[in-house]
Write a protein that binds this ligand. Structure first.
Ligand SMILES: Cc1cc2nc3c(=O)[nH]c(=O)nc-3n(C[C@H](O)[C@H](O)[C@H](O)COP(=O)(O)O)c2cc1C
Length: 219
């Protein structure tokens, strides 16, 4: 049974890599194997940084948010804050503040005519709570939340990329940090850890190889 599953999975990955998990579920003649779909989604996810101008449906953003909030966290304390922003005016305002930082000069050259988020249709801002009540693992919790978001976006046929550099840039700017509080409703005592840019893909990068020697099964 296990061998059959593995074979099914390997064949599935090769045959189905170019369509979304949703399409696979709805177009399969035979009932889809849920574990194969989940594993295939993990194995074919790739960072996408170029997007079309098409907005992301609100229902998809809600699914992505729910998937993020479903991540495990230390003692289930959920010491995180998540904002998914599709408001382009707000993203452009934030870009303005980011350009006023030390890293901003470098970013301006790379941005071209885009904003700091590659004109992504939506950006997830992921912060760790740092107050006295927070566990010391809140940054790790945000990483797990981030992977859930990346996988959910991929399952919905969207492209996404985890990015730490823009978060560092925001953290360098007093105005940007203030804007996260006033416009995005971030509370006090949070630290922005990363963002995730997402949108309909305008590029199809290949899945990158992983060094399999970094993992071992010890029996
Ligand atoms: C902690 C972390 C920080 C990252 N920061 C950035 C970043 O600032 N900008 C960016 O474009 N990608 C960033 N990435 C994405 C990685 O470059 C990408 O995941 C990696 O090259 C593997 O490629 P893949 O996601 O396509 O498998 C980051 C990823 C991680 C996990």
């Amino acid at each position: 049974m296990k061998v059959m599953k593995s074979l099914f999975f390997a064949a599935g990955v090769m045959a189905l890599a170019s369509c979304t998990a949703q399409e696979r579920v709805s177009t399969a003649d035979e009932p889809a194997d849920p574990s194969a779909i989940v594993l295939e989604n993990i194995m074919t996810r790739v960072s996408v940084r170029q997007f079309t101008a098409e907005p992301i449906a609100k229902t998809d953003l809600q699914i992505i948010m729910k998937a993020g909030l479903q991540a495990p966290s230390a003692m289930n304390k959920q010491d995180w804050q998540l904002r998914i922003v599709s408001n382009q005016e707000m993203l452009n305002t934030l870009t303005g503040y980011m350009l006023n930082t030390e890293m901003g000069g470098m970013m301006k050259e790379r941005m071209g005519d885009k904003n700091a988020f590659n004109n992504a249709a939506a950006v997830a801002f992921i912060a760790a709570e740092t107050g006295d009540d927070a566990t010391r693992w809140s940054q790790i919790d945000t990483a797990l939340m981030s992977e859930n978001i990346l996988l959910a976006a991929h399952a919905l046929g969207l492209g996404a990329t985890y990015q730490a550099a823009p978060a560092a840039m925001i953290n360098q700017s007093k105005e940007a940090k203030e804007y996260l509080k006033t416009a995005f409703g971030f509370p006090e005592n949070v630290e922005l850890v990363n963002i995730i840019i997402m949108g309909h893909p305008a590029e199809t990068p290949a899945v990158k190889d992983r060094d399999q020697s970094k993992g071992r099964i010890i029996e």
